[in-house]
Design a binder for this molecule. Structure first.
Ligand code: PLP
Length: 370
């Protein structure tokens, strides 16, 4: 008997999540000097200094289990969003909240999920690991969610659907009217999880958080993360907001110590540090302008983005460019796993990193062309 015989087909055929290549790994493999990572949409400024100070102050208590109810953190989130503590759930990153939602509301091996193609890979992985029947819905020609087709794909077996707004890996967003219309069309038995990991970067006037639409659909869960604009990806901290009944059920599934004590104390400081968030957004805006201008110069096509990354189309297979960029010490993110083999995702960062990325791309594209 092998491990293969111990698992169901849903596990055997599951393709694991492939994260961005760590800088240390590239150094080990290729011995590249001074590499830069533009592969995981991390904040190039590091964490908020206030969050770091809170973590340092909490270190002597590391031998004590975290507060299982995450009282302090939940309180900070409820204050920040003006909701009750009973409407908040803490996560080990927002990723964990997707898992909790699937495990709480979907019957293993029975229910179905509606997921857009080219949206965050974790949705499909979580649903397949719970042996759900997944209905994949095509995006429109601009790689944007086709919300009407998603609503039409929902039937009586559907228990959950996911909207990343804005979306990873495309950087596209659905506007407030589109999202409202979608939520109105969704029947009561379906949980709609709106994943707002990139919310703080959005500048489009017609965007609105789903937190403003909680009265439209009762089974709405909105998730946020501290991994992006707040610079705390390594701390693994995120949260979800939904009505009390939904949160109550999710808390039954949540592990008691899912959010570590350092991340919990850092969250309130990070949320309060608006100066840091503003600086992060400004650096991101400048990085986007520099990268877009470089890409235009190189004659490359990209998708307009409301996030901290750009999805860029390569003239040849993206993997070829990705490998060549690694040799120049620039880590990008290949997109074949998302069904976009010609595209690469480039995280935005400070001007110098964007310029280095464009210079390296220019060299690589010239090498490829010759
Ligand atoms: C759309 C989206 N949702 C959620 C996450 C996961 O964030 P976290 O680090 O909070 O688990 C990511 C991370 O890349 C993401 O792109």
């Amino acid at each position: 008997m092998t491990a293969k015989d111990l698992v169901g087909n849903h596990i055997e055929t599951l393709k694991p999540y492939v994260p961005g290549k760590p800088i240390e790994e590239l150094k080990r493999e290729l011995g590249v000097e001074n590499p830069i990572k533009l592969a995981s949409n991390e904040n190039p400024l590091g964490p908020s200094p206030r969050a770091m100070a809170a973590i340092e102050a909490a270190l002597p208590d590391l031998h004590i289990y975290p507060d299982g109810a995450a009282h302090h953190m939940v309180g900070a989130v409820s204050e920040y969003h003006d909701v009750t503590p009973q409407e908040v759930i803490n996560g080990n990153g927002s990723d964990e909240l997707l898992t909790i939602a699937v495990r709480t509301f979907c019957e293993f091996g029975q229910d179905s999920a509606v997921i857009s193609k080219h949206s965050f890979a974790a949705y499909g992985i979580r649903c397949q690991s719970h042996n759900l029947n997944i209905k994949w819905v095509a995006t429109d020609e601009g790689l944007k969610y086709d919300l009407q087709a998603m609503a039409e794909a929902i039937d009586e077996t559907t228990k959950i659907t996911f909207i990343a707004n804005p979306n990873n890996p495309t950087g596209t967003y659905v506007n407030a009217d589109e999202l409202r219309r979608f939520l109105k069309a969704i029947p009561d038995h379906v949980v709609v999880l709106v994943d707002e990991a990139y919310h703080d970067y959005v500048e489009a006037d017609d965007y609105a958080s789903a937190l403003e639409m909680r009265d439209i659909h009762e089974r709405l869960i909105v998730t946020r993360t501290l991994s992006k604009c707040y610079g705390m990806a390594g701390a693994r901290i995120g949260y979800g907001i939904a009505n009390e009944e939904i949160i109550n059920r999710m808390n039954r599934v949540r592990e008691p110590f899912n959010s570590n004590s350092l991340a919990q104390v850092a969250l309130s400081e990070a949320l309060a540090d608006r100066e840091f968030v503003e600086r992060s957004v400004a650096v991101n805006r400048e990085g986007r302008a520099v990268l877009e201008s470089g890409l235009a110069d190189l004659g490359l096509e990209w998708i307009p983005s409301q996030t901290n990354f750009l999805l860029v189309k390569m003239p040849v297979d993206g993997r070829q460019i990705y490998d060549a960029m690694l040799r120049k010490g620039v880590i990008l993110r290949p997109m074949a796993g998302y069904g976009l083999p010609k595209w690469l995702r480039i995280s935005l960062a400070e001007r110098e990193k964007m310029e280095r990325c464009v210079d390296s791309l220019r060299e690589v594209l010239t090498e490829v062309a010759s």
